[in-house]
Design a protein around this ligand. Structure first.
Ligand SMILES: O=C(O)c1cc(=O)[nH]c(=O)n1[C@@H]1O[C@H](COP(=O)(O)O)[C@@H](O)[C@H]1O
Length: 272
């Protein structure tokens, strides 16, 4: 999918919401546990209930890998279901990979070719030759960790080297890599005060912004400094949407939460 197609979808749906599919078997409604594939049944219901309110789905692969082969099969069924039933939706494999070049190529094939996600999250710590194999895939996107939403972001990412915070060096350097037009960046919603500086460095890129909802980030604050002419934001909420209820009404409850965010986004889009 191209960023132009993503932007068109944002305009049509008046939404830049990404729903995180972080499925934890201890949190989903008990009645689903009796089905053959509870993870997929849960995802299918959430997807059917929210697809018109969001432009993206982001399964975090940890929540599937934790259940071994069965979990991986649930992930495969989930991405196939989205690609077949809702092909306009931008899909993100939140896998946070990155390794020496030939290994990164295999990770890229796993997520962008075999599972056919539109994008994958990648850690920048190993540098250029660990990220460029992901960037080589046409019309696919590499979402590089820029400034993350957690406390540990202050351990390294904001530390200064030669007077410059490391996350800024990551953003600037990544722009020099081959096929850098395929880059997007993760910036946590809990770090809204940094968005102005980040937009000075990557004015045109899409930013994946997790941390709204369960982690307490503010949608309005992020949009104030993070939005660009093509919106340029994908705001993720996982637990705040998918675990709105653990009863039989879970999909409706998820829709209600997604709708609240979509309505707030529609107002922001109108004002900009
Ligand atoms: O790459 C991510 O998506 C990510 C980066 C980051 O800085 N912070 C962060 O929370 N995430 C992911 O975004 C999701 C946030 O989930 P909730 O806090 O439940 O909305 C989880 O899948 C996290 O792994």
């Amino acid at each position: 999918m191209t960023t132009k197609q993503l932007y068109n979808q944002i305009q049509q749906k008046k939404s830049f919401l990404c729903v995180g599919l972080d499925v934890d078997l201890t949190k989903i409604p008990q009645h689903l546990l009796a089905t053959e594939d509870p993870i997929f049944e849960f995802n299918k219901a959430i997807i059917d209930a929210t697809h018109d309110l969001c432009v993206s789905y982001k399964p975090n692969t940890a929540f599937y890998e934790a259940y071994g082969l069965k979990g991986w099969q649930s992930l495969e069924k989930t991405i196939n279901y989205i690609n077949e039933k809702y092909p306009d939706i931008f899909t993100i494999a939140d896998a946070k990979r990155g390794d020496i070049g030939n290994t990164s190529t295999m990770y890229a094939k796993a997520f962008l070719e075999d599972l056919n996600f539109d994008s994958v999250t990648v850690a920048p710590y190993m540098g250029k030759d660990s990220v460029e194999p992901f960037l080589a895939f046409e019309n696919k996107h590499t979402i590089l960790l820029g400034l993350t939403s957690n406390e540990g972001a202050f351990d390294f990412q904001t530390q200064e080297i030669d007077g410059k915070p490391m996350y800024q060096t990551v953003l600037e350097t990544s722009k020099t890599w081959k096929n850098s037009e395929n880059l997007m960046y993760v910036v946590g919603a809990t770090k809204a005060e940094y968005f102005k500086e980040i937009r000075n460095i990557v004015p045109d890129s899409f930013l994946l912004v997790p941390g709204v909802g369960a982690q307490g980030g503010s949608l309005e604050d992020v949009c104030k400094f993070g939005m660009n002419k093509q919106v340029g934001l994908l705001i993720n909420s996982s637990r705040g949407i998918i675990y709105a209820s653990n009863q039989t009404d879970f999909a409706e409850a998820a829709r209600t939460e997604a709708l609240k965010l979509q309505k707030a986004m529609a107002i922001i889009l109108e004002q900009n």
